[in-house]
Design a protein around this ligand. Structure first.
Ligand code: HEC
Ligand code: HEC
Length: 301
């Protein structure tokens, strides 16, 4: 909330208070001067209406409410960073709540931070916590079961863009990742694209080079630097393995052709600034546990 909107709300509130006060005072005195017939002249179904002043208890309650509203406005004038006379701001209040929650969870996590990821992954209690953090922060892209989807990698299999070690997973989470696959439309041309698509699809079946010799040559020249000569991929570049049947952007020829023509640019947002180090450690262990299941005998409750 910017200061402008805080000021806007304050001005509206003040105007409303002034109007309410005016309305109250304007209706306080009786306007009927006719002593003989002190009604307002309204008749409904034979019922006449007197023009008496507001009952004083009601009037006083109204005045108290208005005074309270003015006092409240001075103490808590707005939203965002707008400071009241007590020094209260909504941002400050939010921060205090967050700090309190963090202090509470820090206690909860304290034993886990110093435990190596591989070991933590065997601790069921820690993994239940990890799962909860995952649901809140990661499931929106990777899915509740972490099985991924179009453009979002599956985190439960043995196929990794950036490597499967605890250290690599933690880096993926904390610092984020950005896969850059160039577009090849202008370089390969329509025929070249079709040919290369056939080659890439055939890579997972093992007879690609015989079927598409021209594309094989181009692959060695243009693609092998990132995807390796045999198409096994390179975790340093985040270049996926192409000689298997796991696809980030779909494996049927139409989808592969689109990938080649337009390029791809998958982004994993860095979590290091939004999540505490304890949470990232737990998440790393949780993601690690998904593809390294622990035998029930070894698991801790
Ligand atoms: C906005 C969507 C989004 C969110 C939220 C997100 N991710 Fe990702 N994540 C991605 C994408 C996209 C990639 C693949 C990046 C690429 O294509 O280079 C990825 C990659 C990864 C990888 C690397 C996978 C591999 O194969 O090497 C890990 C690990 C990961 N994410 C874990 C997480 C965790 C844990 C969270 C929650 C804290 C999370 N992600 C939240 C989109 C997201
Ligand atoms: C600069 C390195 C680089 C080069 C060169 C490169 N790629 Fe890629 N490629 C990538 C990266 C990184 C990704 C993953 C993109 C992402 O994460 O969004 C990718 C993704 C792909 C995919 C999608 C895989 C999937 O699982 O959906 C295909 C297919 C592909 N590349 C084929 C090729 C072919 C064919 C060439 C050569 C014409 C090529 N690439 C050249 C880096 C490269």
């Amino acid at each position: 909330m910017t200061s402008f909107w805080s000021a806007w709300i304050i001005i509206l509130t003040v105007i409303t208070l002034v109007l309410v006060t005016w309305l109250l005072l304007a209706n306080r005195t009786t306007t009927v001067k006719d002593e003989e017939n002190p009604t307002t002249g309204h008749v409904y179904d034979g019922i006449e209406e007197y023009d008496n002043p507001l009952p004083s208890w009601w009037f006083k309650m109204f005045v108290i409410s208005i005074v309270f509203a003015v006092g409240y406005l001075i103490a808590y004038p707005g939203l965002g960073n707008f400071k009241g006379v007590l020094g209260w701001t909504s941002v400050g209040q939010w921060q205090a709540d967050v700090d309190k929650a963090d202090a509470k969870t820090a206690e909860l996590y304290a034993g886990y931070v110093s435990t190596p990821v591989e070991q933590l992954a065997e601790n069921n209690k820690a993994m239940r916590l990890g799962r909860r953090i995952f649901s809140n922060n990661c499931a929106i892209c990777h899915g509740t079961e972490a099985k991924g989807g179009y453009g979002f990698p599956n985190l439960t299999d043995k196929d990794w863009l950036y490597g499967s070690s605890a250290q690599e997973i933690k880096h993926s989470i904390a610092a984020g990742r950005n896969g850059m696959m160039p577009a090849w439309e202008s370089i390969l041309g329509e025929q070249g694209l079709t040919d290369m698509t056939g080659y890439v699809v055939a890579l997972s079946k093992g007879n690609a080079a015989e079927q598409y010799p021209a594309a094989a040559e181009k692959f060695a020249m243009l693609c092998a630097a990132c995807h390796m000569p045999d198409g096994s991929g390179n975790p340093l570049m985040g270049a996926p393995r192409l000689n298997d049947d796991i696809w980030l952007y779909g494996g049927d020829p139409g989808q592969v052709k689109q990938t080649l023509a337009l390029g791809r640019n998958g982004k994993m947002p860095a979590q290091g600034e939004t999540l505490s180090a304890d949470k990232i450690h737990l998440l790393t262990a949780y993601v690690y546990s998904l593809s390294n299941p622990v035998s029930p005998a070894k698991a801790k409750p």
